[in-house]
Ligand binder design. Structure first.
Ligand code: IMP
Length: 187
């Protein structure tokens, strides 16, 4: 079965191909010569995942997968949420972390979670799969692995941040993995 993933990111494509195995041929937008910018102007992770998956399906008729992820901080009323990638600077991880830490200064409640919402779109319309990992936000960065908010996020049950974990360990418990597991179960 062929699956179109709504991304130009080849790493994301390869990661999904590895998870799904040989029964699936995973393609990216680039493989289809689609270079349109998909405008993610939804108001929720679900909206944005749907926008991406529906765009791909309507353009190609191939079953498509869209995803949207982010960090949700309890004491910040859910921010940065859907704005995680561009909270202070566009894909500027250091600035984005600095803004979250500043907003949390003096705050005792450090609870947060990462979420991934996947939207699978085919002739039957959309289906959604969510993965979540709960944890806490530190007061300063620790570790250099990973990306995004990894250096300040300690998952529940652990003493180290995502950025101090091996990618293998992170990928076993991550929000992305949990959402993919649900999608796999559905398939
Ligand atoms: P995307 O939807 O996968 O592109 O994720 C959007 C943004 O959420 C990223 O740019 C990061 O800032 C943040 N994010 C998502 N997943 C992770 C993660 O596993 N670790 C750290 N930050 C993440």
């Amino acid at each position: 079965m062929e699956l179109l993933v709504a991304t130009h990111n080849q790493h994301k494509k390869i990661e999904i191909q590895q998870i799904l195995g040989k029964e699936f041929t995973v393609k990216s937008l680039t493989n289809y010569g689609i270079y349109d910018e998909i405008v993610e102007d939804g108001h929720s992770f679900e909206d944005n995942a749907l926008i991406k998956a529906r765009f791909c399906y309507e353009k190609t008729g191939i079953p498509s997968l869209g995803d949207d992820s982010g960090l949700v901080v309890e004491a910040l009323d859910g921010r940065p949420g859907i704005y995680s990638a561009r909270y202070a600077g566009n894909h500027d991880f250091e600035k984005n972390i600095a803004k979250v830490l500043l907003e949390l200064e003096g705050q005792k409640n450090r609870k947060a979670f990462f979420t991934t919402v996947l939207c699978y779109y085919d002739q039957n319309g959309p289906k959604f799969f969510e993965g979540i990992i709960n944890g806490n936000i530190l007061e300063e960065n620790r570790g250099h692995k990973g990306f995004g908010y990894d250096p300040v996020f300690v998952p529940d049950g652990y003493k180290i941040t995502f950025a101090e974990m091996s990618p293998k360990d992170k990928n076993q418990i991550s929000h992305r993995k949990r959402a993919m597991d649900k999608f796999l179960e559905f398939l």
